[in-house]
Design a protein around this ligand. Structure first.
Ligand code: DGL
Length: 266
């Protein structure tokens, strides 16, 4: 595998950009290829069969682009299709669940951990199982938050719909006395300020992205695939639908124009 090849990332839409920014921050010498499956967003209500079918095509596409490593920048795919994808991928691949679990266990003091995520991620039980397996005396309070992804995709983050949805989803977790909340969907870090305001200072937020990219960096170094130093890099973006909407939303979240976004039908 070529060390100067890019790192691939994928998600259903703009959510995975919250992971991409961590890659830009922690691995500034690496090029990236990002795929947003905007023809199929949201992934949350999809079946395991559909998710595996979509993400097989995406990971094949990324490998066709010559990537040396893949980050599943999507909790739904990480919790449902990662084992199948890992088995058939020729390049190493990481998901968000295990790093997110480790980070949350390191942060909680009272052992009460909340998880908000898509319906599919919550149904999979991936976070709950991981937290209970690795932590001692951990109580997990999980809540699907399906209204948030469409609002983030539409860039409607500072709206009464977001406030209303957050109140509804977070209230039972507050009542349960959580001191740590896992943002178990990569779209949610774009609502971190609103979530923090809703929960107040007593609850720590865990965005699994930074721990995941840290783990990816360690793995790249171990495999002698990491690059350092100053060199020309590129960040390419592909989507399966509406490239202009993706570029506009990405520009708002990253506070810069990401350049051309290409549409690919997989
Ligand atoms: N951002 C993805 C995740 O982390 C998918 C959200 C969706 O499309 O429902 O789960």
């Amino acid at each position: 595998m070529k060390r100067n090849a890019a790192i691939g990332l994928f998600d259903s839409g703009v959510g995975g950009l919250s992971v991409a920014v961590e890659v830009y921050r922690q691995l500034p010498a690496e090029s990236t290829v990002y795929f947003g499956d905007t023809a199929h967003v949201p992934y949350g209500p999809r079946s395991a069969g559909e998710l595996t079918r979509f993400t097989k095509k995406i990971t094949d596409f990324l490998q066709g682009q010559g990537v040396k490593y893949i980050i599943a920048a999507c909790n739904t795919s990480s919790s449902i299709s990662l084992p199948v994808l890992r088995e058939r991928c020729k390049v190493p691949m990481i998901g968000l669940i295990e790093p997110g679990v480790a980070e949350a266990l390191g942060k909680t003091v009272n052992g009460r951990i909340g998880v908000i995520a898509t319906e599919a991620t919550i149904r999979s039980g991936a976070y709950e199982q991981g937290l209970k397996k690795l932590g001692r005396d951990i109580e997990v309070y999980s809540r699907a938050a399906p209204r948030l992804v469409p609002l983030v995709e539409a860039g409607r983050t500072d709206t009464y719909q977001v406030t209303g949805a957050l109140r509804e989803y977070l209230f039972p977790l507050q009542e349960a006395g959580i001191d740590t909340l896992i943002l178990g969907c990569t779209h949610y870090p774009f609502l971190a300020r609103q979530i923090a305001e809703e929960l107040g200072p007593g609850v720590r937020l865990v965005d699994p992205a930074s721990a995941t990219v840290r783990a990816a960096k360690e793995e790249l170094c171990r495999l002698d695939l990491a690059i350092s130093g100053i060199r020309p890099i590129s960040h390419c973006f592909y989507v399966s639908s509406r490239p202009d909407a993706f570029r506009a939303a990405a520009g708002r979240f990253l506070k810069k124009d990401i350049g051309p976004v290409r549409q690919i039908d997989l």
